[in-house]
Design a protein around this ligand. Structure first.
Ligand code: ATP
Length: 218
């Protein structure tokens, strides 16, 4: 089994996330992609996020009907900040012989990996699929990650991926640009504007029903 893990705040989940997971899943022939809502992301701790159960429910609604997609509560079930290393350890401990793990992440977020808790161990345990960000032409996964990360990899120009001494790889994929962000959606809802066609209709209905992002005001 090739297993993808796709973490995020998902506040709320939108078509950009879903299409990105679909293209990655198809390109790398992943058997499953787990969407993993973070409870308290270390890098977003300054902002109050929507209650975890609401973000989780939106992810559940959004992935319904896609046999490759699943939801994992691995991060929500753990107390405190959500560190990727803990999630990766948990997933990798459940792998069977021949299985491999792929961590799916946007290029912007991957640039920060050198600051993540135990990042050296992360590279031993899983492969990365780094995704392009809308509007950016940058296609080098390691650019801007810093020397502490770069020195751990060599580039295989034939196969077009980076390789770690442990055998794990960093792939880069150019996605269809879908320039949607969760913050834009929250702003639109706050202003009483439409979010139709930016999120699945089940998610749109849930936001209205629960009055998220100030949707009951005005
Ligand atoms: P916010 O606007 O609140 O920062 P976001 O829309 O970027 O949120 P996150 O939950 O932080 O969403 O993102 C989870 C992952 O999805 C990250 O790896 C991010 O790079 C990726 N991602 C977010 N938006 C898109 C998009 N439009 N296309 C492709 N990938 C995306």
């Amino acid at each position: 089994m090739k297993i993808g893990v796709f973490g995020g705040t998902f506040d709320p989940i939108h078509w950009g996330h879903l299409r990105s997971a679909e293209e990655v899943g198809e390109t790398y022939r992943l058997d499953r992609v787990y969407f993993i809502p973070a409870s308290i992301p270390p890098h977003k701790s300054g902002r109050t996020t929507t209650p975890a159960r609401d973000r989780l429910q939106m992810v559940r609604l959004a992935v319904t009907g896609n046999p490759r997609f699943s939801v994992s509560t691995a991060e929500l079930a753990r107390p405190g900040l959500s560190y990727s290393i803990d999630t990766i350890r948990e997933f990798s401990s459940k792998l069977k012989k021949g299985d491999s793990l792929y961590f799916i992440i946007g290029l912007d977020a991957f640039r920060e990996i050198g600051t993540w808790k135990d990042f050296q161990e992360i590279f031993l345990l899983c492969n990365f699929i780094v995704t392009s960000r809308p509007g950016s032409k940058e296609n080098d996964a390691l650019k801007g990650t810093g020397v502490a990360v770069k020195k751990l990899f060599c580039y295989d120009s034939k196969r077009k991926h980076y390789r770690h001494r442990s055998g794990t790889r960093i792939h880069f994929i150019e996605l269809t640009d879908i320039a949607i962000s969760a913050s834009e959606i929250r702003d639109l809802v706050r202003q009483g504007k439409s979010i139709r066609y930016l999120v699945p209709s089940s998610v749109e209905k849930f936001i209205k029903r629960r009055g998220l992002y100030g949707s009951r005001r005005g």
